[in-house]
Design a protein around this ligand. Structure first.
Ligand code: NAD
Ligand code: LMR
Length: 328
């Protein structure tokens, strides 16, 4: 018997990430090849974006995806999020060359108040939310705080692009395959302060740290390369990453919903006090996922270098939180 369709809301649906994301959701790459989906697509109500959205929907129609059970265009989150089971909050302004993501907070932050409130009012009580729009961690925090009737653990921020970037850098350095690397993570904020950490990582049981054995490379090449990759892409493309961001969003949601088979993945999730991170800070942690739930990996040793990095990215997130306190 075929499964009942689930509702997937995507904001910023006519944007660059939307264009790389919607077709993969509709083809079953996110929720499974047996899961029909209804797409509830939100764009700003202005004529231009709504017209562009109609064009994207014409293309979705022309793909004749067997799993696409319906699609709707919306200009108001109160209708776009009605009964939605999943919400991918992408819609917001991307940064331009020379900006840091935190500079977007004053422009994008308010979007997540309205959308958090709308989710609170009309979404499924089990809605799983992924915030992609930057600055992703603090926007997810704003949405969570604006939706007090929904489970706080259902609000997450995207650190998976950073996780995937770190995997590729480590694979290149060690001459191994990305698929063989396990137990890598990225702590903290989706910003240059993030701490990509391969101390626990293994390849076929061998320690990645021992294979690399080069702290100078870690501190002066690896961390800046991963941390500033978004800026390097803007510099090269003239636009911020889109296909790799959409790919990371698919990975994040797929693993959350369908499970990570015991493997570590990185998700930005509200802390419960783990590793000394104060409650509710939306922080990148190593997690494992099963049965639609994630669990933060506990008991990892934090050495002095790592603690210093974690403190730095935490401080930045707390400053961002303080900067939006007046909005909440
Ligand atoms: P884009 O400008 O191509 O598209 C954004 C779309 O969102 C536009 O069509 C715009 O009309 C729409 N939009 C704006 N405000 C909206 C609102 N209130 N409701 C609904 N739609 C709205 O941008 P993009 O390249 O798709 O990037 C989107 C966001 O994702 C940016 O903030 C970018 O910085 C961020 N991003 C995050 C990551 C990450 O790893 N977390 C990676 C890449 C990009
Ligand atoms: C990225 O990491 O590619 C995105 O967050 C876009 C950006 O502004 O860096």
């Amino acid at each position: 018997m075929s499964k009942k369709p689930v509702r997937v809301a995507v904001t910023g649906a006519a944007g660059q990430i939307g264009y790389a994301l919607l077709f993969r959701i509709a083809s079953g790459e996110m929720l499974g090849k047996d899961q029909p989906v209804i797409l509830q697509l939100l764009e700003v109500p202005a004529e231009g974006p709504q017209k562009a959205l109609k064009g994207v929907m014409m293309e979705l129609e022309d793909c004749a995806f067997p799993l696409l059970a319906g699609m709707e265009a919306h200009g108001d989150p109160m209708t776009a999020f009605k009964d939605t089971d999943y919400a991918l909050l992408v819609g917001s302004m991307p940064r331009k060359q020379g900006m840091e993501r935190a500079e977007l907070l004053s422009i994008n932050g308010k979007i997540f108040i309205g959308q958090g409130k709308a989710l609170d009012a009309v979404a499924s009580r089990n809605v799983k939310v992924l915030v992609v729009g930057n600055p992703a961690n603090t926007n997810a925090y704003i949405a969570m705080k604006s939706a007090p009737s929904l489970p706080r653990e259902n609000f997450t921020a995207m650190l998976r692009l950073d996780h995937n970037r770190a995997l590729s850098q480590v694979a290149a350095k060690t001459g191994t395959k990305v698929g063989e690397i396990e137990k890598l993570t990225v702590w903290g904020n989706h910003s240059p302060t993030m701490y990509a950490d391969y101390r626990f990582a293994t390849v076929n049981g061998k320690s990645v740290k021992d294979m690399i054995n080069d702290q100078e490379w870690n501190a002066n090449v690896f961390l800046p390369t991963v941390g500033k990759r978004g800026a390097a892409i803007i510099e090269a493309r003239g636009l911020s990453s889109a296909a790799s961001a959409a790919n990371a969003a698919i990975d994040h949601m797929r693993d959350w919903v369908l499970g990570s088979s015991g493997k570590w993945v990185t998700m930005g999730v509200p802390s419960n006090g783990e590793y000394g991170i104060p409650k509710d800070v939306m922080f990148g942690f190593p997690v494992t996922t099963q049965g639609g739930k994630y669990e933060i990996v506990k008991g990892l040793e934090i050495d002095a270098f790592s603690q210093e990095r974690i403190n730095k990215t935490l401080k930045e997130l707390q400053d961002e939180q303080a900067g939006v306190a007046h909005l909440l």
